[in-house]
Design a binder for this molecule. Structure first.
Ligand code: FES
Length: 594
């Protein structure tokens, strides 16, 4: 019987000499005429692949954090299809694979506890599979750092595509920002300025399209960090999730990764100390989340870049916050995109002499080449330096006897009148203790006090819950007071604001001084001088320490136990200690078993 056209074509292809470049990782799986290669190709063909799929073209993984339980990433299957188009166009073969997804709004006890698990998944999935390059698809807060950390530890060519922010939230004709509105409205309910029914009504319009939080929360911050580090195509961070150009940049990234494989352009070529310094300055310029501190420290640890909390403080001091976006300012990510997006901010930093212009990006060019032609279309959103929200927008790193290894504060979200303050400590021994007593009219507290929350660090509340922006007591809110100093070993949402001192290290559960603070102690905070001091004598602290009992953390097995036993402190990025470093793309003890 005469074979069909399709089959004849395929036979012809099989006879063609295949010249699979030996330097491609995928050659080790699919190249040649050996039994293992035949087996690998054969099983892949159950997906309906023509024989010439395996003709030496780069195999491009699409590492997808899609999940319907991560609502911010629920549209990433669509973007993966766009990436595939680009990969095909450039002569590669795309293969999509799932990895653990961390939904900030849903995952308990915290998405942060699972960032490192997701990074392990990413790392092992990339290393163990026959891929020559990878497109990383992320969006919600922890998915971006998890992807970058895992990929950096393998160090084959990768490019990141963000899911993009949601369209602006809307309620009763006004913009409402993700997260930021939740904090504002819940306080308004406490003061009687808003009813609970109105709050529930507002819920309907806060998240009205696919995408991640549309404030400069942690998701938008980390997308901006990825772009500033050079790990995305220019302009990636701000394009709304549902804008057609989000699909375009996905497709272009698919094209680009094929060339990156040919150029062997790897994360270790891009993630240099200069790239991290650029990202730190960009974080200050956009009023980015304090969570970026932890994620960039962890990522630097993966690639062996010597980055510390002091770099954050040093580099951020002279960076003006020139992006007027919530939670530090007024606008939302849609306006940022229409104003020109992150390339405009990076260009401005370059013009101020605050950019390492030669840092290489995934484009293969310098970051300056990527941004030098950017145009600011709205200087009410990306403001000139002399109209900056603050002239010192970087993260402030405080040290003192209460935080020997550092604590952080975001000046652009803090109140000027609290920058230098001494107050009486009102201590909450846990977040449950806080919830039980904060609404009590008999709570001995006024607006001059300093609220202290313990046991919410990396180990204490596994993953450092985003609870550091403790709501003020209702009786103080009713006086019209909007801010007080709060100190904890927790994190806070990137969408939150206030004079909030976070990431105190070492944490209380690890025996840090925070554990020894008692009600009535005086604490002095001096942000300009970068100090935080507990006015209790060393003798008294020694007495308290001898009586201190290390808390039991009720995790007995599974990943949680591994996490508790190996997680490092916030000043070291809260990575698991055995994950630090690059382990390369070679598979250890690769005996292939067949
Ligand atoms: Fe996913 Fe904010 S909850 S980005």
């Amino acid at each position: 019987m005469r074979p069909s056209y399709r089959w004849r074509m395929e036979e012809k292809t099989v006879k063609k000499k295949v010249d699979w470049p030996r330097n491609l990782r995928s050659y080790e799986w699919f190249g040649g005429k050996g039994k293992n290669a035949i087996m690998c190709r054969s099983w892949m063909k159950n997906q309906g692949l023509p024989a010439d799929t395996f003709d030496g073209r780069p195999i491009i993984g699409i590492c997808n954090t899609w999940s319907e339980l991560t609502p911010c990433n629920a549209h990433l299957r669509d973007l993966a299809e766009r990436v595939k188009r680009g990969v095909y166009e450039a002569g590669g073969f795309p293969v999509e694979f799932p990895v653990f997804s961390t939904g900030e709004s849903t995952l308990r006890p915290t998405a942060m506890m699972f960032r490192n698990l997701a990074a392990m998944d990413v790392e092992e999935a990339i290393r163990g599979n026959p891929v020559d390059g990878v497109v990383l698809l992320g969006g919600c807060d922890k998915t971006t750092p998890a992807l970058l950390m895992g990929a950096a530890s393998v160090d084959i060519p990768v490019i990141l595509v963000s899911g993009g922010p949601m369209l602006n939230g809307k309620w009763r004709g006004k913009d409402v920002g993700s997260g930021t509105a939740i904090w504002q409205f819940s306080e308004m309910v406490k003061t009687g300025e808003m009813t609970i029914d109105e709050f529930i009504d507002a819920e309907q319009g806060m998240a009205r399209s696919a995408g991640s939080c549309m404030t400069m929360g942690t998701a938008s911050t980390m997308a901006s960090m990825a772009e500033a580090l050079g790990m995305t195509l220019p302009g990636n961070a701000a394009i709304p999730a549902v804008d057609a150009r989000r699909r375009v940049i996905s497709q272009l990234s698919g094209r680009r990764i094929v060339d990156m494989v040919k150029e062997d352009l790897k994360p270790s070529d891009i993630l240099t100390k200069e790239a991290f310094e650029n990202a730190i300055r960009v974080n200050g310029a956009v009023g980015g989340s304090t969570n970026a501190v932890i994620h960039l420290l962890a990522l630097a640890g993966r690639v062996g870049v010597d980055l510390s909390l002091d770099d954050w403080d040093r580099l951020g001091r002279d960076v003006p916050t020139i992006l007027d976006l919530q939670p530090s300012g007024k606008h939302l990510m849609e306006e940022f995109y229409y104003a020109g997006g992150l390339p405009v901010v990076i260009k401005s930093l370059g013009e101020m002499g605050l950019l390492h212009k030669q840092a290489v990006t995934v484009t293969g060019e310098s970051i300056w080449d990527s941004v030098k032609d950017a145009v600011n279309y709205n200087d009410a959103v990306i403001v000139p330096r002399d109209k900056a929200l603050t002239q010192s927008g970087g993260i402030a790193v405080l040290r003192g006897n209460l935080a020997p290894n550092g604590a952080v504060l975001k000046p652009s979200a803090a109140s000027p009148h609290l920058m230098k303050h001494k107050g009486r400590a009102v201590v909450f021994e846990s977040i449950e203790d806080y919830h039980a007593r904060i609404g009590d009219d008999d709570l001995d507290i006024d607006e001059t006090c300093i609220m202290v929350l313990k046991y919410c660090g990396p180990k204490g509340y596994p993953g450092m819950a985003e609870v550091g922006n403790l709501g003020l007591p209702p009786k103080i809110l009713k006086k019209g007071i909007k801010d007080m100093i709060r100190i904890s070993d927790a994190r806070m949402s990137g969408t939150a604001y206030g004079t909030v001192i976070l990431h105190t290290a070492p944490e209380a559960a690890d025996g840090g001084r925070l554990a020894l603070v008692e009600n009535g102690d005086m604490i002095a905070v001096d942000i300009p001088a970068r100090t935080i001091h507990l006015h209790v004598s060393d003798e008294e602290l020694a007495v308290r320490r001898s009586a201190w009992i290390r808390p039991e953390i009720p995790i007995t097995g599974g990943y949680g136990k591994l996490y508790i036993n190996t997680v490092m402190q916030a000043d070291q990025g809260a990575d698991l200690d055995f994950l630090v470093g690059t382990r390369g793309s070679r598979i250890p003890m690769d005996r292939n078993g067949h």
